[in-house]
Design a protein around this ligand. Structure first.
Ligand code: FES
Length: 131
């Protein structure tokens, strides 16, 4: 029998106003600690849903945006890495094509309610102070 205790869910943290995320528009970027190391993350709205991921390509662990907050391809159909063009499904983070293999993006749980977007820290992904 394991002594491991179940991980208590962590309280959601305010991320941005709902109005800050336009459909297939610029992402809201924010800073986190991933395994206690500084990392960046982003949230965007796609097909009405807010999704969030670490800003870290599955090919090479580097940031993917073309310009800050710009993650979508020219047709605004997919998240596309600006380095070598790996393509991800915006709603799942799964690799669609390119050099991202089976790993896909690291998802961050988010919730939208009453005009506000919240994100949920996890055991691996914790809040960081904004620089
Ligand atoms: S670093 Fe993203 S496709 Fe190579």
């Amino acid at each position: 029998m394991s002594d491991a205790k179940p991980q208590a869910p962590q309280d959601p943290l305010p991320l941005c106003a709902s109005d800050d995320l336009q459909e297939r528009g610029k992402a809201h970027t924010f800073h986190v600690l991933q395994y206690r190391q500084p990392a960046s993350a982003f949230a965007l709205r796609f097909d009405g849903q807010v999704v969030a991921y670490l800003n870290r390509c599955a090919h090479v662990p580097t940031e993917m945006d073309w310009q800050e907050g710009e993650f979508l391809d020219g047709d605004k159909q997919y998240i596309m890495c600006s380095i070598h063009g790996a393509v991800y499904d915006p709603l799942t983070g799964r690799c669609v094509s390119g050099m991202c293999g089976r790993i896909g993006l690291t998802k961050i749980e988010v919730e939208e309610r009453e005009g506000q977007v919240y994100w949920y820290p996890s055991r691996d992904t914790q809040p960081a102070f904004e620089p």
